[in-house]
Design a binder for this molecule. Structure first.
Ligand SMILES: Cc1ncc(C[n+]2csc(CCOP(=O)(O)OP(=O)(O)O)c2C)c(N)n1
Length: 361
């Protein structure tokens, strides 16, 4: 089976779908159902004869795994918000709380051996690609134990088969081409546009003549997906990966989602949209709440079980945050490494910035 490359583009978006009830429930042991079948919102299609299914099965095991992962992303982002305000985190910081179903659903629909490139709103995908909360938070605070040794920060974290966080809007497409050409991968590709309704402080309706982003690939087929529903994202991703792997060429997926925070930590996020709008999305379409309600209503898990997971996640985040504020910073010499293949290589032009810096201090 061919590997695949997924390029996730953080962009804007609209309309979040109402949930539909589950249909069939299979009762298992231990007082819980082992799995249930849920109706999910149909995707809008572009240049496709058929799309992802309108119903899907969720096992108790997968559901609990997705819940824990989404809750970890949510709590990690809220901790990052706190650390930023305490000035432990400096510089750019783009949080993805509200968009958890996108990164967790994407990972649920691809293989760990597939390749992923994403935009600057990268923390959630870093986690789903396998980086620990500890290594992410320590990267945000610029410490040695960070996944990029404290030198990358919010937008430059990497893992196996994961090529970052990129600060340049739209760079994912070019990077994909570069990687493809350099490695002669010739990989099939899914382009994912996370449409959170705003580009910085401008609503999509103000910015674009056509907000049908899933049609923007022109000759490339597209899907518009409810990005607040992890099951919709998972099924759409599975459909898209099958489509690409079958040799049909690339496909574009627009995930309609919402970011609870502003564009970045320097944007309070309430000057161009109302607090009521944000509250409304939280109340009606929160991705974590939707999954939890579905599972409880269909006896896949109990409220107490979710509380227990919440407690474990909270502890993991607190431990990671403690590490992130107590771990050492990289040494000045280390700052010059990993920029060129010879480390450090500042002597090339007769200067060594870090030595100069040392002598000043
Ligand atoms: C090529 C380029 N131009 C401009 C910028 C500055 N910039 C950073 S984010 C951004 C807008 C991003 O909008 P979008 O991805 O739609 O949504 P958001 O991140 O606000 O959720 C811009 C113009 C950039 N990083 N790269």
């Amino acid at each position: 089976m061919k590997k695949m490359l997924v390029s996730v583009v953080s962009r804007v978006l609209s309309g979040i779908a109402a949930q539909k009830p589950a249909s069939r429930v299979l009762v298992g042991s231990c007082n819980y159902s082992k799995q249930a079948t849920f109706e999910i919102k149909k995707c809008d299609l572009y240049r496709l004869e058929e799309g992802p299914p309108a119903s899907t099965e969720l096992t108790r095991e997968d559901g609990l795994k997705y819940y824990r992962m989404m809750q970890t992303v949510r709590r990690m982002e809220l901790k990052a918000d706190q650390l930023y305000k305490q000035k432990f985190i400096r510089g750019f910081c783009h949080l993805c709380d509200g968009q958890e179903a996108c990164c967790v659903g994407l990972e649920a629909g691809i293989k760990s051996t597939d390749h992923v490139i994403t935009s600057y709103r990268a923390h959630g995908i870093c986690l789903t690609r396998g980086i620990s909360v500890r290594a992410i938070l320590a990267e945000l605070t610029g410490r040695k134990g960070g996944c990029a040794k404290g030198k990358g920060g919010s937008m430059h974290m990497y893992a196996k088969n994961f090529y970052g966080g990129n600060g340049i809007v739209g760079a994912q497409g070019q990077l994909f081409e570069v990687y493809n050409m350099a490695a002669l991968w010739k990989l099939p590709c899914i382009f994912i546009c996370e449409n959170n309704r705003y580009g910085m402080g401008t609503s999509v309706e103000r910015a674009a003549a056509s907000t049908d982003y899933y049609k923007r690939g022109n000759f490339i087929p597209g899907l518009r997906v409810d990005g607040m529903d992890i099951l919709c994202v998972r099924e759409a991703t599975k459909f898209a990966t099958n489509y690409c792997r079958s040799g049909n060429g690339p496909i574009l997926m627009e995930l309609q989602t919402y970011r609870y925070h502003g564009h970045s930590m320097s944007d309070p996020g309430v000057s161009y949209r109302s607090r009521e709008e944000i509250q409304d999305v939280r109340r009606k379409s929160d991705p974590i709440m939707l999954l939890k309600d579905r599972m409880v209503n269909n006896e896949l898990a109990s409220v107490d079980e979710f509380k227990e997971i919440d407690g474990e996640v909270k502890k993991e985040i607190e431990d990671a945050a403690h590490f992130a504020v107590t771990d050492q910073e990289p040494t000045l010499e280390e700052l010059g490494h990993h920029i060129y293949s010879t480390s450090p290589s500042f002597e090339i032009r007769g200067t060594n910035q870090w030595i100069k810096f040392k002598s000043i201090s």
